[in-house]
Design a protein around this ligand. Structure first.
Ligand code: CA
Length: 225
């Protein structure tokens, strides 16, 4: 059993897919527009997403790109276009598998279960992305817009901790406890590391792109607008 998000604007197709998946004991949610789906994924991450490429509000590859910026959830794209170039493009944009419409419930379920098996046996560590930053905690590698970032151990830990909480203001006290593993210490230590990190990210405190200091509270990482 899995939690599946079905993103499909055609009500007839959508209800047929939902009926079939529910009949196979999956918990199913649905959305008819890409932006509604992205909001849903951000708030209640499903186990797998079935994404129709012909949605009214966003182009399929655009939707996939935005989805990948916030989540590593397995995605099966459903496309009416029997077009190899399109399929290759989608797989490169982060889709895990694809189905060409029309497909049977049985076919969808087989793909879905194969995907879930792979996802569940894969190591837990995943690549974290915030805007142009991507970070692999397992390999301890970080990239900015595809270029490797040369970070010290502490800088990496600091960036990884912040990237794990995008949009959240993290206090210095929390950073000290979680990154430095100290219950008390010197705020300056953190500020110095933040300024080194800023330099490597090509920004300054007065002109931040990713690292935003919230005076008297802490620091927040978010993708540049
Ligand atoms: Ca459609």
């Amino acid at each position: 059993m899995a939690t599946v998000l079905v993103v499909e604007d055609d009500e007839f197709v959508r209800s047929a897919i939902i009926r079939d998946l529910v009949g196979r004991n999956h918990a199913v949610r649905s959305a008819g527009r890409a932006l509604d789906a992205l909001r849903d994924i951000a708030h209640f991450p499903p186990d797998v997403v079935i994404l129709d490429l012909g949605l009214p509000d966003l182009d399929g590859s655009e939707a996939l790109k935005m989805l990948r910026a916030i989540s590593d959830v397995p995605v099966i794209v459903a496309t009416a276009r029997d077009d190899e170039r399109e399929i290759v493009r989608m797989l490169r944009a982060g889709a895990d598998d694809y189905l060409i419409k029309p497909f049977s419930g049985e076919h969808l379920n087989a793909r879905l279960e194969a995907l879930l098996r792979r996802a569940r046996s894969a190591p837990a560590a995943k690549v974290i992305r915030v805007g142009g930053i991507s970070l692999d905690p397992e390999r301890r590698e970080a990239y900015l817009e595809g270029a490797p970032l040369e970070l010290t151990r502490r800088e990496f830990d600091l960036l990884a901790y912040l990237c794990g909480r995008p949009g959240v203001v993290v206090s210095r006290k929390e950073l000290l406890a979680e990154v430095w593993q100290q219950s008390y210490g010197d705020d300056q230590t953190i500020d110095v590391h933040l300024s080194w990190l800023r330099r490597k990210l090509g920004e300054t405190a007065s002109q931040p792109r990713y690292l935003h200091t919230v005076r008297g509270v802490g620091v927040r990482i978010s993708a540049p607008r």
